[in-house]
Design a protein around this ligand. Structure first.
Ligand code: C2E
Ligand code: MG
Ligand code: MG
Ligand code: MG
Length: 286
């Protein structure tokens, strides 16, 4: 009788160890581990004023470096973090890193901003709002220098998200709707939601055959008196077209890919110095 019992116990122990190892391998556990080890890095993509080419700020984009030297795209691990309930932890981490890396720069450039992407779950409470407010106060950064980006998809329940967005705006933060045109927002609730900026999704900027649709999106933003940022600007032709249609700001590989904090600050200094030269060289009242 004891022999089979011993076997069962060893089998159970083996199963337990295998499960534990499996858990350590699971993406959720690996992400939590990466957050604890501060493995995730933030890259900054410059946002420029289209007509002058002057940098007005940057968007913070999170990266997950892998042991083999590559990095995972947030398009892969953000949805996973949202499904497994790790997104709040991730967002808190991103915000903290942004302040560590960029608060000096923001203080030195009070007219510039950093845009941070938040997820739907981040906007179901005011926890992050309080954290951001504290970080701004602690670093002497004006709240208007922080833009929060949320996708249309995140506004699942405008009755909940709406009041929280209002709180963000009352605190001085600016709010941007990301990937605009790819979600399902009805025009009526766009009008109800208090936002400052519409970001035109790169799919509209890239696909020339959708120019009709893109002009309509621009028209909507203009009607609602919102600022516009075009994402995914890759060519001078796209830049010219957007400018002609009244889009003020843009970001994309035509200007720069997302850069490390250090590289971004160097890029911005060069950008500002070269624009200064241009204005100095320009004839007066031209
Ligand atoms: P997004 O907010 O729409 O960010 C723009 C994406 O377009 C970025 O991809 C950027 O690298 C890419 N991009 C920029 N310029 C160009 C261009 O000229 N051409 C092309 N083809 N692509 C361009 P990325 O960094 O892979 O981020 C993907 C998405 O992941 C972001 O889309 C955003 O929704 C999400 N994400 C990134 N960081 C965070 C974060 O910290 N928190 C949350 N919740 N989401 C994040
Ligand atoms: Mg974004
Ligand atoms: Mg976007
Ligand atoms: Mg996008």
């Amino acid at each position: 009788l004891w022999m089979p019992f011993g076997i069962v116990i060893s089998l159970l122990a083996a199963a337990f160890i295998l499960r534990l190892l499996g858990r350590l391998q699971s993406p959720r556990y690996r992400l939590i581990d990466a957050l604890h080890n501060r493995d995730l890095t933030i890259n900054y993509q410059p946002v420029v004023e289209l007509k002058s080419g002057r940098v007005i700020g940057a968007e913070a984009l999170v990266r997950w470096p892998q042991p083999d030297g590559t990095w995972l795209s947030p398009d892969v691990f953000i949805p996973m973090a949202e499904q497994t309930g790790t997104i709040n932890q991730l967002s808190a981490y991103v915000i903290e890193r942004v302040f560590e890396e960029m608060s000096d720069w923001l203080r030195q450039h009070p007219d510039k901003h950093i845009a941070i992407n938040l997820a739907a779950q981040d906007l179901s409470s005011t926890v992050l709002l309080e954290r951001l407010t504290r970080l701004c106060a602690g670093a002497s950064v004006a709240t208007r220098q922080i833009v929060i980006e949320m996708t249309e998809r995140s506004v699942v329940d405008p009755d909940i998200t709406g009041p929280i967005l209002t709180r963000y705006r009352q605190a001085g933060f600016r709010v941007s709707i990301d990937d605009f045109g790819t979600g399902y927002s009805s025009l009526s609730y766009l009008q109800e939601l208090e936002v400052d900026i519409l970001k035109i999704d790169k799919s509209f900027v890239m696909a020339l055959e959708r120019k009709q649709v893109t002009s309509h999106i621009i028209e909507i933003a203009r009607t609602l008196k919102l600022e516009m940022v075009a994402e995914g600007v890759e060519s001078p032709q796209q830049e010219a077209w957007l400018c002609r249609h009244g889009v003020q700001y843009g970001q994309g590989w035509h200007y720069s890919k997302a850069l490390s904090a250090q590289a971004f600050m160097r890029w911005a200094e060069e950008n500002l110095a070269s624009r200064e030269d241009e204005t100095l060289l320009a004839p007066p009242h031209a």
